[in-house]
Ligand binder design. Structure first.
Ligand SMILES: [Zn+2]
Length: 239
């Protein structure tokens, strides 16, 4: 049985092209997933920044409320100064007012620090929101690109499958079963070229008999890896 090695070479090329296109098709959703994960990360940063800002505002509000209450108490105590019965009582009250005013001054400083912190946190939140919006836009762009690319690749794949089917019709009947079995097992590695000295896939050395068989254009399988063999383009058997 004479084999058209050119036909095998074309089969191999088609199988490799199909594998390549399939691989590129698989990459699309992965790309989308990656930018989605990125977007989620920025979303989480926004959420965290919002939460910290809210907590800080609440802390500032609580302290402000406390300050107001304490100031009211001081005013009340000041009013009591006039009703003191003794100097001692007066002095004690004055001391208490001074201590409360000192405590309020510390509290005011703390409030000021919190308000400054709120300004910084608000800036951080704005930046986080901008980053998140950018990530959202990127996801949208990648989604659009990937979907356009997938459409193109799927068309390419469909055409390649048609070509492959046509090419497979040229395989001699008694080789078809082995070919099918090999393709199912090894995919695009079902075939390989050879320089008639070693297998192009696993480098198994050829025997003299194998080299002779190749010149006779026989259907040959590598004894090492089982690949269906065809000679490189410049080999005499390729003519
Ligand atoms: Zn081999």
């Amino acid at each position: 049985m004479n084999i058209d090695y050119g036909m095998l070479r074309t089969l191999h090329r088609l199988l490799r092209q199909i594998a390549d296109v399939r691989e590129r098709i698989d990459k699309g959703p992965k790309k989308v997933k990656l930018v989605q994960q990125n977007e989620l990360k920025f979303q989480q940063t926004v959420d965290a920044a919002k939460e910290t800002l809210t907590q800080t505002k609440m802390a500032a509000d609580a302290k402000q409320l406390q300050l107001g209450e304490r100031e009211a108490t001081i005013e009340k105590l000041k009013g009591n100064l006039n009703t003191c019965d003794s100097n001692k009582e007066f002095q004690l009250l004055k001391d208490r007012i001074a201590a409360d005013e000192q405590a309020n001054s510390v509290l005011s400083d703390e409030i000021l620090e919190l308000l400054e912190r709120i300004d910084v946190l608000e800036e951080k939140l704005t930046t986080a929101k901008v980053n998140h919006e950018k990530a959202q836009a990127e996801t949208k762009t990648i989604r659009t690109n990937v979907s356009a690319e997938l459409e193109k690749l799927n068309r390419e794949l469909a055409q390649l499958n048609v070509d492959l089917e046509e090419q497979e019709k040229l395989i001699p009947t008694d080789l078809k079963v082995d070919y099918r079995r090999l393709v199912e097992k090894k995919g695009e590695d079902a075939l390989t070229d050879t320089d008639a000295e070693t297998c192009g896939y696993c480098n198994q050395r050829f025997t003299t008999q194998m080299a002779a068989d190749l010149l006779m254009k026989k259907a040959m399988f590598c004894k090492g890896c089982g690949c269906l063999l065809y000679p490189v383009a410049n080999h005499p058997a390729s003519k």
